[in-house]
Design a binder for this molecule. Structure first.
Ligand code: 1AG
Length: 135
């Protein structure tokens, strides 16, 4: 039995997002605007199938995948790179590895109490985010 992280989640904490964006080569002006965003995660989870939509005032980013199956991810509207991505449960953590031009790239989602956590990492930089269920 895996954890159920489905739902609509509002960002409450966002630490080191700027450094993560720098590691992805995002320009200064875009970083300044993106850094102000309070994003929402809309997560649909149906067994092994997931759709995650990151919603913001600037743009949205949608990704769909099946656990354990590599897929081509194009980070459209973000850094616009192609990755060979794969998501797996490692214990109670949902771990994504994004193989591509950037080394050590990926993310991890997990639940802790009532909060959903997300760590986004790229080339040694780690952004830590927390979300609460949307009212
Ligand atoms: C993700 O979450 C990506 C979530 O995979 C978006 C996080 C960072 C964005 C990366 C680089 C910034 C590039 C451009 C900035 C412009 C706009 C920012 C918009 C942010 C919201 C779309 C992992 C998982 C779901 O939760 O894939």
């Amino acid at each position: 039995m895996s954890v159920n992280i489905s739902g609509t989640w509002d960002m409450v904490i966002n630490v080191n997002f700027d450094a993560y964006m720098v590691s992805l080569g995002i320009d200064f002006a875009t970083r300044k605007v993106a850094g102000l965003l309070k994003t929402q995660k809309v997560i649909e989870q149906d067994g092994q199938f997931f759709t995650m939509t990151t919603v913001s005032a600037l743009r949205n980013y949608k990704s769909s995948f099946k656990i354990g199956e590599e897929f081509e991810e194009v980070t459209k509207g973000l850094d616009n790179r192609k990755c060979q991505s794969q998501v797996n449960w490692i214990g109670d953590k949902l771990v994504c590895v994004q193989k591509g031009e950037k080394r050590d790239r990926g993310w991890t989602h997990w639940l802790e109490g009532d909060e959903l956590y997300l760590e986004l990492y790229c080339e040694g930089k780690v952004c830590k985010q927390a979300y609460r269920r949307s009212a």
